[in-house]
Design a protein around this ligand. Structure first.
Ligand SMILES: NC(=O)c1ccc[n+]([C@@H]2O[C@H](COP(=O)([O-])OP(=O)(O)OC[C@H]3O[C@@H](n4cnc5c(N)ncnc54)[C@H](OP(=O)(O)O)[C@@H]3O)[C@@H](O)[C@H]2O)c1
Length: 232
């Protein structure tokens, strides 16, 4: 297995954290963009093969700065894992004042990955086998429950994934949209519809991601629908 140099957003907690720990164990070099790098000091991710860099997905300039620092540290980047995201139950008939929640869903879940992909694109294209893994959701494939704001943001993110796939194809960039239903993280902490152990586990999403990064350009799936429950 050849080692990669991978940017990961959302690595402070949850799925992104599990992916970072797995990819570090697999021998890759990692650049982790997090809002509070100091919180990862002294953890397993505080490691010579890991750059911890400040990154707030709501700040457009943050992506450029993070990519620049990563290239300066490692010389090049060949993969990006987009795991930073926010969840909200803002419904179709939202209350006045909830526009801000919708704006945050858009800024973090859509514009965050967009700015970051744009900043990293020249590096990914130059590599010839660049990889982009995006934590979308089953909410990017179908609408269920009263989650208009989250669902709209994830459908938009899926549209972005398809566009990245199309525009990166000739340069060897391969994109995978991972679409889980519930994963046992803080984001699903308030879900009572099923026991936490019956949900998909972050470490299993990390295993899928690790395998995706080993596949050749001719065999990378565009979409992985990962349901812990029957989708009807
Ligand atoms: N858990 C699920 O059931 C589930 C299902 C389908 C899809 N997903 C998607 O999977 C991804 C990861 O979710 P998760 O379950 O790991 O969620 P989580 O445990 O709530 O973690 C969210 C991560 O996103 C980061 N983040 C949030 N806002 C940010 C911002 N403005 N700038 C930078 N980072 C920010 C958080 O950083 P801080 O620590 O700084 O807050 C944290 O690292 C999300 O895109 C989510 O929509 C999750």
């Amino acid at each position: 297995m050849s080692s990669r140099t991978i940017l990961i957003s959302g690595a402070s907690r949850g799925i992104g954290r599990a992916i970072a720990e797995r990819l570090l164990a697999d021998g890759h070099q990692l650049s982790l963009g997090v809002r509070n790098p100091a919180a990862l000091q002294g953890t397993a991710l505080d490691h010579p093969r890991v750059l911890l860099h400040p990154y707030n997905a709501e700040e457009p300039a943050a992506a450029e700065a993070w990519v620049r620092a990563s290239v300066s540290q490692f010389g090049a980047i060949d993969s990006v894992v987009h795991s930073a995201g926010v969840f909200s139950r803002v419904p179709l008939l939202f209350e006045s004042g909830q526009e801000q929640e919708i704006q945050q869903l858009w800024d973090v879940n859509v514009m965050g990955p967009w700015w970051l992909t744009r900043a990293a694109w020249p590096q990914l294209a130059a590599h010839g086998a660049g990889r982009i893994v995006v934590l979308v959701s089953m909410s990017g494939k179908r609408s269920k429950g009263r989650l208009a704001g989250y669902t709209a943001s994830k459908f938009a993110l899926m549209g972005l994934c398809q566009t990245m796939r199309n525009e990166g194809w000739e340069q060897g960039i391969r994109v995978t949209a991972i679409c889980p239903s519930w994963v046992n993280t803080d984001m699903a902490a308030a879900v009572n519809a099923m026991p936490k152990e019956a949900m998909s586990q972050p470490g299993d999403i990390a295993s899928l991601t690790a395998q995706l990064l080993e596949l050749p350009n001719s065999c990378v799936p565009f979409e992985l629908a990962v349901s812990c429950n029957l989708e009807t």
